[in-house]
Write a protein that binds this ligand. Sequence first.
Ligand SMILES: [Fe+2]
Length: 236
Amino acid sequence: MIYLINMNSGHSASAHEVSYNFVQAQGESHLCPPAFRIPILRRKILSAEECQLIRDQILEKESEITSQHTSTPIAGLTSGLTTLWSHYNVLTWSVPEQVGLKQRLFDVYREYLQLSEVQPFKNQIQCWANALRKGAGLERHLHSNRPITAISGHLALNTTSAATLYHFPFVMKCSQTQTETYCLKLESEEGWVTFFPSWVQHSTMPYQEDGIRVTMAFDILAEIAKGSPIPFDTGN
Ligand SMILES: [Fe+2]
């Protein structure tokens, strides 16, 4: 199995090294045959200042959104922005538009298509926000709960200790807090976006700090869907 991860400055590991280190860390390389390729691409796309601007707008809109819609429980959460993910699209808000966030995501998306050897497809994007307070996390889940959901992503808007765990799809020994066993652990780092196949199960470790862990997440859909998706055929 190969986890293909490309990283920018601050990370020196090549895709091969990441894969090699992972297998060695498990000490059970026979469980990780080099037969499956799971493309995960990470890029830094926002500065600290841009993250703060978007973060502020998300928190400013939070009470308005949560008061207007009815939550649908998801990944262990029963209330909050995540549970209302289909009712709004952060990419249509003023601050993300001002910083050109959709274009930046689209640039990484094109790179991801090359990495994953997926042909470009006519698509839309649904983008929502997550604001986790102390003690909250996201239980193991995946985004391909409808067949048109193809590629998903996660964008951290502040650096926190609550990492995201990407679970190997064919190895069952994995839990929410067991970070070293059959999971790829990616730290939540301000301004970094992670693209991954929608069928990869993932979870967020419980957030144990006093602030608010603010992130965005998105699905790239193969066709028009219910909710609030917007075209993603070009960055504009
Ligand atoms: Fe998710």
